[in-house]
Design a protein around this ligand. Structure first.
Ligand code: ASP
Length: 357
């Protein structure tokens, strides 16, 4: 993407006082930013006019800058290059802002939040993803609440320290760790869940933070921006009756370096000879196989059942309690960062930024 094409707009809601915080909003697209145009059809609206849509922003007393992607995207079209762009913008503006809000479609928000948590190593400021199920221009939209509360969280500083110094998703009254979240709802307003990690905050009359779950602020932590992801990965979801042809055609993809194997329950797979042979042959060819459960809660315990013991024996790696979104983006991140396959295998189950225990 041509970075010089980004549109940058400063919105000072704080006039005439000094702003209490500065927040950079990165507008990537998605449903939130849609409004009805003169012809009555939904189109991305000009975010620089956000105060007309949400007049209460004037009371916020924060300095806001909006950077819009040159081409606003439905998040179904998000690619690893977009994640690097988002992380690049944050890195370039890191010192100037107290927090960041990323307006993003809900469909792949959990992937993007996971990816950014890996790309922004040592992050010490809030990066809050949000979006909406209904466009800001529609009567019953959840856009106002999601956006305004995300902004409040991103600018929340107590005694000079940001309250939530990590990548999160704020949606439907819940603040969730980004790399622990998954989209679970396409209709209702409570679109995201985090089955394996506590909710970081619940917003009602007040924003009730669970400080024991939020990553602590580390005064000396330095941000390191990683600008590479390796897309040579795949997800293979098992189902009863999956055939040799399906399994082998995935495992034989040219240049493939890693797969997330979505297994049943606590990490179980069919024990057919073809399955074990194909997987073990792939591991011998240095393909990395990471075992992630299809269940949204719980974790992989390789060896608990006979149907997962053989996965242990052939060198499949346990993905513990990671989400598929965190697993696939972590694999892209580690494959780009570490050239040694054994190092990637060693780091995959290790928590890098709170994505697993
Ligand atoms: N398809 C849209 C997107 O993910 C849905 C949304 O914004 O919630 O961009």
């Amino acid at each position: 993407m041509e970075r010089s094409n980004y549109k940058i707009v400063n919105i000072n809601t704080a006039i005439p006082q000094d702003p209490k915080a500065a927040v950079l909003i990165i507008y990537t697209g998605g449903t939130l930013g849609m409004a009805y145009d003169e012809d009555g059809s939904l189109a991305p609206f000009n975010f620089s006019r956000i105060i007309e849509k949400i007049p209460s922003l004037r009371e916020f007393n924060i300095h806001m800058t909006v950077i819009s992607f040159p081409q606003l995207i439905d998040s179904a079209n998000v690619r690893p290059e977009h994640w690097i762009d988002m992380a690049y913008i944050i890195n370039e503006n890191y010192r100037r802002y107290d927090g960041f809000v990323i307006i993003h479609g809900t469909d792949t928000m959990a992937y993007s939040a996971s990816a950014l948590s890996f790309l922004l190593e040592g992050l010490n400021k809030p990066v809050i993803f949000t979006g909406a199920q209904l466009p800001i221009g529609s009567k019953r939209s959840d856009a106002h609440e999601n956006f305004v509360t995300a902004l409040e969280i991103a600018s929340d500083i107590v005694s000079g320290v940001p309250v939530v110094p990590e990548v999160c998703i704020y949606f439907g009254n819940l603040l969730l760790r980004g790399n622990r979240s998954s989209k679970r709802q396409s209709i209702h307003f409570d679109a995201f869940e985090s089955e394996n990690y506590p909710v970081l905050a619940e917003a009602g009359v007040v924003i009730d933070y669970d400080m024991s779950a939020i990553r602590p602020f580390h005064a000396n932590s330095q941000l390191t921006f990683h600008n590479a992801l390796d897309p040579n990965v795949a997800i293979l979801k098992l189902f009863p009756g999956i055939s040799r042809r399906v399994v082998e055609s995935v495992l034989q993809i040219p240049d493939l370096k890693g797969i997330v194997l979505e297994t049943f329950g606590a990490g179980n797979a069919p024990t057919d000879a073809f399955m074990m042979d194909s997987l073990s042959d792939a591991v011998e060819r240095e393909l990395i196989i990471l075992n992630i459960s299809q269940c949204s809660g719980g974790r992989v315990i390789q060896g608990r059942y006979q149907t997962s013991r053989s996965l242990n024996n052939i060198g499949v790696i346990s993905g513990k309690d990671m989400t598929t979104e965190a697993a696939i983006t972590k694999m892209m991140f580690l494959l780009a960062k570490e050239k040694d396959v054994d190092k990637v295998k060693e780091l995959l189950p290790v928590p890098l930024c709170g994505e697993t225990y």
